[in-house]
Design a protein around this ligand. Structure first.
Ligand SMILES: [Zn+2]
Length: 640
């Protein structure tokens, strides 16, 4: 979609960025924030149920999880979890270091800091918190951040505890590790001031960078996580969770706009067809007997269980709509299927817009239509083959979702897929999910506390720019690009450590030129750890590789996770020839082209140079090659 057509949709995007802090201890206990792998772990089980909030309501998202009736298994490593994570001991006082960092970030985001901090419990019963709630506290309100000359509102900054790490998910049992539970997170929520996918990315990068510049953010995969809210005119505010990388944000936004527009088209089509929502009835029909001799594998598998059944429901007037694509590779039928999966726990649905298929013949389809009393030219039918009780729940959810098609876009929380499309996850949580944490007294934000926080406030970008240009000699464009790069703090670290032997421009260029170029080629460069990048810079400083070889070495390391720079050098044939080997090569090139070189002595240098570089590019610095070529031409042919 073009920028202007996106603007015409009334696109509004808000971000919620979570950054893990690298503090000495966890937020509410004295365990370290380093995840440590440990074989000796204790394990325990829990069931969770929703509690009523302060206003006496039960949260819809919490209710969904409870209905799933799952057991939660927790793995508790003794060196990174204690009785607090297991909810067997009250929380310790809030970690002061985390609070300092949160206050510093709030200052840098021009926010109003609260007078008194109250720790609250937010109901979360997907098992990711042993207690059934996450502790969170509002630190500051109403600030802004400048991105590309725009002022983007920052609504809230909260300090909260990270959830447990999901290890495995089965239908009735989810396993979590407690090493991550309780690691401090700052959560920054922007206003929905963002109106293009690109600005959403730039804002997310800027916020992530700002927290990192405190020097107290964790790095690496999963240390920054982002949720986004997307809405368009006449659509709905959709919350999207679990976006793998910051760089996926623009695509997720675009696909969500596409989805909402397509759902609005379906609404219009239903109106054109004069279909009314009250024509949709939750009348589930058992059509098992039609499939006694079916050759469909899906159906035979379902019916192999004595509780198995084939159930169907009619969607009057929906023919053709279920097959409509609403995101790349996803149809309106997929949206219905998501509801069936989440609410009924079934593997999926079959609908008549995709039949005949899956071993269901056109004769079968005709029989289904007649059994249900549906019109083949007008109605769609949704079928589920599974355990009867699951199939019933699934089809009721399908009817509810189909009814929503008359309104357009249902408000919901969606989960991002790795390709940038999204799937239904759960209803939007209500406001009724907070209640006070009674184990921790309120914390007064004193001037003393604010003064202590001052040392973490990141340097202003203008000062950074000046330093990069004047002290490091970076070009204005390179410095500007670095100021917009998430790894600005990492650049500063590398520059400090290797700046004596590797030019600053080369270090900067790895981050802002080479990595983005490889990303455009589709390589998963964002999964690469900073330690790998440091290894490359170290190899440069030790003369093991030359700067021309960086793109090849980096893409090798992306494709071969865990490999060393030395292995890359060997496998890519980048082993540096010694001076005598280089001389041998030059001499052989000169000897092979003697006549040509003598007759065109003005071009001799260029000819030999280009021939030799074909072999040694990426292995030897061009300056050294040029020097040796000149020497040899003079020695052998007396050409200067
Ligand atoms: Zn602990």
């Amino acid at each position: 979609m073009s920028k202007s057509s996106l603007r015409d949709t009334g696109l509004k995007v808000g971000l919620e960025i979570h950054v893990q802090l690298n503090t000495k201890r966890k937020l509410f206990c004295h365990c370290p924030t380093e995840s440590t792998s440990e074989l000796n772990q204790t394990m325990f089980h829990r069931y969770l149920r929703p509690a009523r909030s302060e206003v006496g309501e039960v949260d819809p998202a919490a209710l969904l999880e409870w209905r799933r009736n799952r057991a939660y298994v927790y793995m508790a490593p003794s060196n990174s979890s204690c009785l607090v994570e297991a909810d067997e001991e009250p929380p310790h006082p809030l970690d002061e270091e985390s609070l300092m960092v949160a206050l510093a970030v709030a200052r840098a985001l021009n926010m109003n800091i609260v007078d008194e901090i109250h720790v609250m419990r937010k109901i979360v019963i997907d098992g990711s918190n042993v207690s059934g709630f996450q502790r969170t506290s509002l630190i500051a309100l109403n600030g802004y951040i400048e991105v590309e000359g725009r002022k983007i509102g920052v609504q809230t900054l909260c300090l909260e505890e990270d959830a447990a790490r999901k290890i495995e998910e089965k239908e009735l049992e989810v396993t979590y590790s407690l090493d991550r539970l309780g690691i401090p997170l700052v959560e920054i929520a922007t206003a929905p001031d963002i109106d293009t996918p690109d600005l959403a990315l730039k804002t997310a990068l800027k916020i992530g960078q700002l927290v990192r510049l405190t020097g107290k953010a964790k790095r690496g995969l999963g240390s920054i996580r982002q949720d986004i809210n997307v809405s368009i005119k006449n659509g709905a505010k959709i919350e999207i969770k679990g976006i793998q990388h910051l760089y996926l944000i623009p695509r997720v936004v675009e696909y969500e706009v596409m989805r909402q527009l397509k759902l609005l088209e379906i609404r219009e089509e239903l109106a054109n067809r004069s279909i009314e929502p009250n024509q949709l009835k939750p009348d589930i029909v058992d059509i098992t007997r039609l499939f006694q001799n079916s050759s469909s594998k899906i159906i035979r598998k379902a019916l192999s269980n004595p509780e198995g059944a084939v159930l169907a429901v009619k969607l009057p007037g929906f023919k053709g709509l279920l097959g409509r694509e609403i995101q790349p590779g996803r149809r309106f039928g997929t949206e219905l299927s998501d509801y069936a999966k989440v609410w009924g726990g079934v593997g999926g649905i079959i609908h008549t817009d995709e039949l005949p298929a899956y071993g269901i013949t056109s004769d079968d389809v005709a029989r289904i239509y007649s059994e249900i009393g549906a019109e083949p030219g007008r109605d769609a039918i949704v079928i589920v083959a599974d355990l009867r009780y699951k199939g019933e729940k699934a089809l009721l959810a399908v009817v509810e979702r189909a009814k929503y098609a008359f309104k357009g876009v249902p408000e919901e929380t969606r989960a991002a897929n790795p390709d940038g499309t999204t799937r239904y996850m759960r209803p939007r949580p209500g406001a009724a999910r907070m209640y006070p944490e009674t184990d921790i007294p309120p914390i007064v934000v004193t001037t003393d506390l604010l003064a202590k926080a001052e040392k973490y406030v990141p340097e202003h970008p203008d000062l950074k720019y000046k330093k990069l240009v004047e002290l490091h000699g970076l070009s204005s464009s390179l410095a500007q690009a670095l100021l917009n790069d998430l790894r600005l703090d990492f650049y500063e670290y590398l520059a400090e450590k290797y700046g004596n032997s590797v030019p600053y421009t080369v270090i900067a260029s790895i981050l802002v030129n080479i990595i983005p170029a490889l990303r455009r080629e589709g390589l998963p460069v964002d999964e690469i750890g900073d330690e790998v990048l440091e290894d490359i810079v170290k190899a440069l400083s030790e003369g093991i590789i030359v700067k021309e070889a960086i793109p090849d070495v980096l893409s090798y390391l992306v494709k071969n996770p865990g490999a060393s720079v030395a292995k890359a050098v060997e496998d890519l044939g980048l082993k540096k020839p010694g001076i005598s080997e280089l001389d041998d090569l030059i001499v052989s090139v000169i000897n092979a082209n003697k006549d040509k070189l003598l007759s065109r002595s003005d071009k001799a240098f260029t000819i030999v140079m280009s021939e030799v570089m074909k072999t040694v590019r990426g292995k030897v610095d061009g300056k050294i090659v040029a020097e040796r070529v000149k020497t040899k031409l003079r020695e052998i042919l007396n050409i200067t």
